[in-house]
Design a protein around this ligand. Structure first.
Ligand code: SAH
Ligand code: SF4
Ligand code: F3S
Length: 474
């Protein structure tokens, strides 16, 4: 940690001890995260800072002393979910006025939404955006100092328009001991016409590979065996860095880090996926047999309007060549139904691609109009009933395909990284295959964080039921 950050955290810790002494108990925090893996990783930084400052984790959002919402605004339902939570927490604060409420992340970066938070939710103490999360220790200190001195609620809002800074080394509290996300780049330059992310996450910036490797070495020393390299478009990693390193070259370096047994990454934009990447994946066992390759639409006309820079045929060729060179790979995707101007024939094209590629899984989203994006002002927004009809058609094919794919390896023994005790049945543990599918099988907490062979006794379509096994065949 930098000296200045250390100093801020020490001051914050003093303020927290003073408040704890006044209350006669430890102060607690809760981070509620919406959205993608990037946000999940950012939340680990928020937790890390709050714990360094002396707050203890609290499971229940409603009872914590410091509640922070790390928001997402990719679709309207993400906004709605957040405002639902915020409304109920503000009601709690009316009864417990010394509670601290913070809002950060992608929605907080968006001007209109921020205005709504500031005007309609006066209980909120702190608002900041995506560009100054590294400044969180200082913001915590500001909020605490005000609490200590005046006890009055005022919003402190620090939202920066953009940044070209990448700040290393703020405290992190990982959700899992044995696996971790690692940011390799921030922001996005692709401006897909429906998407708000480039506006709220700023321009694409790659982290120097030396910093990435150093972080991964530290993680490995600390017991991490699986890393997930994170970026909105990992395939363009390295653009803008002096040494012109590619994503494939970065993967080669990461694979050499001792102790790292599994490498994942998210997300791959089809337009930038290189042959070199397929080659590295095929030849490196540590790289998991999974690629998330968002298609969005199977219609070339719609893809064009979406500004995706590939055609239906190019996508199919790419996916099939990945399958050919890495036969046991799982390919998953994202699909948007109801983009402006989308016809039933366009959706037929999407279904055609789903069948030809045989996706192992897909997230199917209903198009959500995002103010400020080019698609929001396109003519021919699709009526709700038509979207619903096409959504159901797509979902049913997606489910059929993934069920068929999952059945292919039923009965086989696969290596599984055990992630935790099963939520419904505590006699089972839940783990993940290299291809990202989940399996539930009898076991206990001693297996968590270990890679063990498991026989996939029954495919349930989206997951497996299994049992411990040590043979490589069924
Ligand atoms: N950078 C990633 C995607 C990040 S957003 C990529 O390009 O692959 C995750 C997914 O949300 C997208 O793949 C897309 O399918 C979906 N999405 C983004 N904006 C959306 C919108 N306005 N309406 C519906 N779905 C959207
Ligand atoms: Fe959004 Fe496209 Fe960037 Fe993904 S690549 S974050 S969909 S603009
Ligand atoms: Fe959402 Fe922001 Fe991720 S808008 S999907 S949390 S980058």
């Amino acid at each position: 940690m930098k000296d200045s950050t250390e100093k801020i955290i020490t001051d914050a810790r003093d303020a927290v001890s003073l408040m704890s002494a006044q209350k006669g108990r430890k102060l607690t925090y809760h981070v509620t995260t919406f959205g993608c893996q990037m946000n999940a990783r950012d939340s680990e930084k928020l937790s890390g800072v709050l714990e360094e400052c002396g707050f203890m984790p609290e499971e229940d959002e409603q009872t914590a002393d410091f509640v922070i919402f790390n928001t997402c605004t990719v679709r309207d339902n993400a906004d709605q979910r957040f405002f639902g939570h915020l409304g109920s927490i503000c009601a709690v604060k009316k009864k417990r006025p010394d509670m601290i409420i913070g809002v950060c992340g992608c929605l907080a970066q968006e001007d209109k939404a921020r205005e709504k938070i500031m005007t309609s939710y006066p209980q909120v103490d702190l608002v900041f955006g995506t560009h100054n999360i590294f400044d969180f220790p200082a913001l915590v200190l500001k909020v605490l100092s005000r609490e200590v001195t005046t006890g009055k609620g005022h919003i402190i809002s620090e939202v920066w328009d953009d940044t070209d800074m990448i700040v290393e080394d703020i405290p992190v509290k990982r959700n899992y001991k044995f696996k971790s996300g690692v940011n390799i780049m921030f922001g996005c330059n692709n401006f897909c016409s429906y998407c708000i992310v480039p506006y709220v996450r700023g321009r694409e910036r790659s982290r120097p590979w030396q910093d990435i490797l150093q972080e991964i070495r530290h993680l490995s020393d600390d017991g991490v065996i699986e890393v997930m390299l994170l970026g909105q478009n990992v395939n363009s990693y390295g653009r803008g860095l002096d040494d012109g390193i590619s994503f494939a070259a970065l993967l080669r370096k990461v694979a050499k880090v001792e102790g790292v047994k599994r490498i994942r990454f998210m997300t791959s934009h089809p337009k930038d996926l290189s042959d070199e990447l397929i080659e590295v994946m095929a030849s490196t066992d540590k790289i998991c047999r999974h690629i998330h390759l968002p298609l969005q639409s199977g219609s070339t006309r719609i893809l064009n309007a979406m500004n995706r820079h590939y055609t239906k045929e190019q996508y199919i060729d790419l996916a099939l060549s990945i399958r050919e060179r890495i036969p046991d790979i799982a390919i998953t995707t994202d699909l948007i139904i109801g983009f402006p101007g989308e016809t039933d024939e366009d959706v037929d094209d999407t279904i055609d691609v789903i069948k030809k590629v045989a996706f192992d899984g897909a997230f199917t989203f209903i198009y959500s109009k995002r103010t400020g994006t080019p698609a929001a002002s396109m003519p021919d927004q699709v009526p709700e009933d038509k979207v619903k009809y096409n959504f159901d058609r797509v979902l049913s094919v997606v489910q059929d395909m993934s069920r068929e794919r999952a059945a292919l390896i039923e009965g086989q023994v696969k290596e599984v990284l055990v992630e935790g005790i099963n939520r419904q049945d505590s006699s089972l543990v839940t783990g993940r295959l290299s291809n990202n599918m989940s399996v539930h099988f009898p076991g206990d907490a001693s297996l968590i964080g270990k890679i063990v062979p498991v026989k996939l006794t029954k495919s349930m379509g989206f997951y497996y039921i299994g049992e411990r096994g040590d043979r490589k065949n069924g």
